[in-house]
Design a protein around this ligand. Structure first.
Ligand code: HEC
Length: 249
């Protein structure tokens, strides 16, 4: 009886855990898991490099400074100033966009927003950014020729098309005759395989996750020591217990 009750509780809990992500994803279109990790410094460095090469023309990171990135990601001042800084801003300054915001508005209809906090602002955080970067498709009906299933009618062209290639979207007809997204088809291959491109999207999402909360990086580092300390402490407590109980047995 006890056993049955326990397995029912286990089953219900398991079901809840299994369904929760599906329920969450249902709200904002299906998001793909980005598996970003703040302790993966290589991924953060690669994400920074990609961000400055492919995004900073239009997007600023006003809450970030070049010097902070150098310190947090283990880069030298020279590395940052030569490889990441294309604006002539100083090492200690915040990160502006390269493009004049009025041009952005004139060309794309919308000025590109600052991305300092975007990884926290979007439901799904880095997974939203990851999925967004993977779901651009050609759409001749849009003024800029691109559309996106994660952010429908976004006025941002696919900045990574040379790497990813160019996709088109195939739609089914829904119950009320409305178009329902079915799948992407590769229209023109890019310079990367899909697996390589996933790493690009993940590393950019990881970098923006870090940028939205740089302090989390330190917390992460402290967290490792706390876990190590607790493990050591548990071990000592166990030794002590063995010592006390020796005489009792
Ligand atoms: C050619 C200019 C341009 C480039 C390059 C560009 N973006 Fe954008 N981006 C935009 C514009 C314009 C918008 C606003 C879209 C809208 O609101 O319709 C936008 C919106 C976004 C948003 C959503 C922001 C929000 O608050 O809703 C994210 C995230 C984003 N861009 C990420 C990126 C990343 C990452 C890159 C580099 C891989 C990049 N962008 C490159 C122009 C650009």
């Amino acid at each position: 009886m006890q056993q049955t009750r326990r397995s029912i509780v286990g089953f219900v809990l398991g079901l809840g855990l299994a369904l929760a992500p599906a329920a969450m994803a249902a709200g904002g279109g299906a998001l793909q898991a980005s598996s970003t990790s703040l302790s993966d410094r290589g991924s953060l460095q690669n994400g920074a490099k990609l961000f400055f090469n492919y995004c900073s023309g239009c997007h600023s990171l006003k809450l970030m400074r070049y010097s902070r990135i150098a310190e947090d990601l283990g880069l030298t001042e020279d590395q940052v100033m030569q490889n990441l800084n294309f604006t002539g801003a100083k090492f200690g300054e915040q990160i502006p966009r390269t493009m004049n915001p009025d041009d952005g508005k004139a060309w794309f209809g919308n000025a590109a927003p600052d991305l300092s906090l975007v990884a926290r602002a979007k439901a799904g955080g880095p997974d939203w950014i990851y999925t967004y970067l993977k779901t651009f498709y050609l759409d001749p009906s849009r003024p800029i020729g691109w559309n996106n299933t994660t952010f429908p009618n976004a006025s941002m062209p696919n900045p990574l098309w040379e790497l990813q290639g160019i996709q088109t979207a195939v739609f089914k007809t829904g119950p009320e005759g409305e178009p329902v997204f079915d799948r992407f088809e590769l229209h023109q291959p890019g310079s990367m395989s899909p697996a390589e491109f996933d790493v690009v999207a993940r590393d950019i999402a990881n970098f923006l996750r870090y940028a939205a909360e740089p302090a989390a990086l330190q917390r992460h580092a402290v967290g490792v020591w706390v876990i190590l300390f607790l493990s050591l402490f548990t071990f000592l407590a166990w030794l002590l217990k063995q010592e006390y109980w020796k005489d009792v047995h």
